[in-house]
Design a protein around this ligand. Structure first.
Ligand SMILES: Cc1cc2nc3c(=O)[nH]c(=O)nc-3n(C[C@H](O)[C@H](O)[C@H](O)COP(=O)(O)OP(=O)(O)OC[C@H]3O[C@@H](n4cnc5c(N)ncnc54)[C@H](O)[C@@H]3O)c2cc1C
Length: 318
């Protein structure tokens, strides 16, 4: 029988490293992670937090009792006892050491950033070595379909990565994994709360990486505005998409096929070949604007992965 490609892992915080005003890197460790099936790039996991009023020890015991069948049991748990699930990116994984790094954005921690912290961001602000938690991630022995990765560029062509701070861990992991030849064809645009949040990837192999801090000498830019402007000027400069007939603008939200969706998630089933592959992620309404821009410039649906990583004013459904 096919076993799932993902499962729960009981983990312990082994290191906490404040990288800059808005990011803290938490290293999770544990023997369980020796079986972690990280496959790089934008691999996502679920961080599982105790339900309000419950302890981390309760959480670990509950998840152990659920075993492989955790998801239906999680769904069936009464709302007030259901652990919280939040989605994060594997920033680094060393399965042979039983270690996984996750870079958490600390909402509202940078100067001029007044975002409210949610349970995961709050947890990360106070995490200490020894804290217990559970993550759901890819299982190396799993025989099911590979789970939780969207980065799938075609061979050749230019590559555009664009995102806000929640996409920085994924973009940095992708850049570090690119072959130098592919890196030279890559542009990454990353909007972050302040200039000190420009986290350089360990190696970007020649990719053009541009950081867009919202807090600047002229004040605080609205979330997503710098990213949208930067993508627009790349497209207007003709530097990214081969000239193609302009599609009629996909008008405002009333005509948007995703307008009713809670969070935009529009990734191609199969990746087409083309002159440009674009991967965009961040706040859902900003991603919707970016998708409209790049599709309007002639990029086919099969060459665009557009992912709402969070939605302003709404907790991740859990
Ligand atoms: C595939 C994927 C990968 C992701 N990878 C990462 C990652 O590596 N690192 C990371 O930090 N985040 C990442 N995120 C985003 C993260 O899941 C959300 O930010 C999540 O909502 C945080 O949970 P929370 O409990 O702190 O806040 P929630 O309880 O979900 O939300 C509470 C409030 O905070 C707001 N909020 C949520 N996120 C932000 C934000 N970033 N800035 C300002 N306000 C916010 C919400 O709109 C809401 O009003 C990823 C999301 C996805 C889908």
């Amino acid at each position: 029988m096919e076993s799932p490609g993902y499962r729960t892992f009981a983990v312990e915080v082994s290191r906490v490293q404040r990288l800059c005003p808005s990011f803290t890197r938490i290293t999770f460790s544990g023997d369980d992670l020796l079986g972690f099936g990280a496959c790089g790039a934008d691999q996502r996991i679920k961080v599982v937090l105790p339900a309000p009023g419950r302890t981390a020890a309760d959480l670990v015991a509950t998840c152990r009792a659920w075993g492989e069948d955790w998801y239906p049991q999680w769904l069936a748990a009464p709302g007030d006892q259901r652990p919280l699930l939040r989605t994060y990116t594997v920033r680094g994984a060393r399965p042979c050491l039983g270690e996984v790094d996750v870079d958490f954005v600390l909402h509202g921690a940078a100067p001029g950033d007044h975002a409210a912290a949610g349970p995961a961001s709050r947890w990360a602000m106070t995490a200490r070595p020894g804290d217990q938690l559970v993550v759901v991630g890819p299982d190396r022995p799993g025989t099911g379909r590979a789970w939780g990765r969207e980065w799938a560029p075609p061979e050749g062509g230019r590559l555009l990565l664009a995102g806000d701070e929640t996409a920085v861990p994924a973009v940095c992991a992708v850049l570090e994994a690119l072959e130098p030849e592919a890196a030279r064809r890559t542009v990454a645009l990353l909007e972050v709360p302040c200039a000190e949040d420009a986290l350089q990837p360990v190696a970007s192999g020649g990719a053009a990486v541009r950081w867009l801090p919202r807090q600047g000498p002229a004040g605080h830019a609205a979330h997503g505005s710098l990213l949208v402007d930067a993508v627009r000027s790349l497209l207007d400069g003709g530097g990214l998409v081969a000239p193609a007939p302009r599609r009629p603008a996909e008008a405002g939200s009333t005509c948007d096929p995703d307008a009713d969706l809670d969070v935009l998630w529009d990734v191609p089933e199969a990746v087409g070949s083309g002159d440009l592959y674009a991967w965009v992620a961040g706040e859902a309404s900003v991603v919707r604007d970016l998708r409209r821009l790049v599709r309007g410039a002639g990029l086919p649906k099969t060459s665009l992965a557009a992912m709402g990583y969070w939605k302003a004013g709404r907790s991740e459904a859990a």
